[in-house]
Design a protein around this ligand. Sequence first.
Ligand code: AMP
Length: 627
Amino acid sequence: MGSTIGIDLGTTNSCMAIYEAGNAVVIQTGEGPRVMPSVVAFTPAGDRLVGIVAKRQAITNPKDTITSVKRLIGRKYDELSSETFNVSYDIVPNEKGDAVIKVSDGKLYTPQEISSMILQKMKYRAEEYLGEEVTDVVVTVPAHFNEIQRKATKAACTIAGLNVKRVLNEPTAAALAFTDAVERKKIAVFDFGGGTFDISILQVVNGIFEVKATTGNTQLGGDDFDARLVEWIMSEFKREKGIDLRSDPVAPQRVREAAERAKCELSAALETSLNLPFIASSESGPVHLEMSITRGLFEGIIKDLVETTRPLCKQVLKDAGISPDDLEVVVLVGGSTRIPLVRQIVRESFEQEPVHSVNPDEVVAMGAAIAGSVVSGQRKDLVLLDVTSLTLGVETLGGVMAPIITKNSPLPIKRSKMFTTAVDNQQIVGIHVLQGERDLAEDNRSLSRFELVGINPAPRGVPRIEVSFSIDANGILFVNAKDAVTGKHQEIKVNPSGGLSDEDIRKLMREAKHNQEADRDRMKLIEERNFADQLIYESNRILRTRVDTIDESLFEELEVSLEKMRTERDGTNIAEIEQAMRNLNSTLNIIKNMLKMVESLEDKDAPDDFVSLDNKSEDELTDTQDQ
Ligand code: AMP
């Protein structure tokens, strides 16, 4: 049997892991870092970029660089109006009213399709790493995701050619990865990432992980802190220089990147500075953005947002029926938990220091890999119980919601309730499936509507209609309505009206599969070109510095290699591109080393960019020069 990998499909970054030799091991994305940015971009040349290469070109291609797609998955366009989206691409409604992405050539992409592109690249990387085909996965979602969002995430996996063995709540995964968990009794998982916030209480008894309670905010994350900081920086800049950067096509993205960097630095330092040269121009010439930000100022800017997590911590303890004293451990997940103000709220809410021993960026994927080992039968010592995160029910007379499965019920589950007709001789009943905690139907999320027809004419209140809800281990809901007299029944798998139909998914799957080989080659070519572009850029910079102290023939050699590189870069032969890169890199390195040596002899400060690619000693440098 092939391996089951664990995938944390994150808002900002995604990570995957595999259970090997008794441990969960993170699979490198092949791009350096162990996590992959959840970013997809469409370039003017018609290329599709995924991951780090997509993130890198975001500044110059903001309209077609898709970030934070997890915030859109399974959501209606109308629901988004009140939210802040720190993104530069267009979000529009499609004909079903779903939020979709519109790129500059007018093409529309559903969030499922964009997510599938990220997943496809992860699948490809996992296959490279394992040397075998990967299809089975455990994918994680925030505990607070509703049925539509879960279904949409599953659809994204299916399109990417992945077979979802389990959709796992992120806090359950985090608890699973926490090695001591088996011995612990009650665990709080505080998960604050780029786009979502979740807090869960899990109970672990003899290897059984049960989510006792969970709450959160699917629309709160580090992106919101970035947005606040960007807003502050832009206002400050306008106040100081009288220039509004908001209307500039490139400046906002540069400010956004700098703001996120500053935010991360402020988790460790008390003060940081922003430095964005040539951010704008005025009559008197170029204008630079330079300002410093203290941690205190940053905390003031985000405090009200962070404070919204405090009542949710109280709420989750109440829902689980425990006090902070009952908690044995508090686990932190997600990049935003590195912010000291966030940690302070965790400490105060749970009256204890959270653990820092697990890497907050990898813990969910590692837990998903452990769950993978459970579902594939590799590990038999663990059982996973998940619970419903929200109450499910139907609309009844007067627009009132009648709960059928209450929140925090263990999965899988089946529950039924009897209903009747509201008027005499009613032959059709409409079943309106809802999810949420509010009393009125209109305040809850509408999941689906269908009709049970052919009820025998009878006075109101006489027919007996049994409505059953069942949720499988993946959290997918099936609803059945049955007329107890005639036996007529109607069943639906809640196929969210906001999502893709099965036929849509099959079509996209066929397309993705058909393009898989071509996509892989194309992806490789795009990446090679990306590396080539960096080398070309670097070579041009070096050529501009041409100094007399270095033999002119070396610069000429560089020019020849550069020309060859430019020609090959536009071709499609990967081997030739790689050869041209090797040649160019070797000449470039020789010149860089010599420049470094000349500069050290002249006792000048070398600009940072000239730091040698390889760390050779002075002696070795002389050798290189002699050759
Ligand atoms: P995740 O969704 O878990 O990958 O978390 C990503 C979010 O964490 C992004 O908003 C990052 O900017 C944020 N983040 C990562 N590292 C830090 C840090 N050191 N301090 C503050 N926020 C961070």
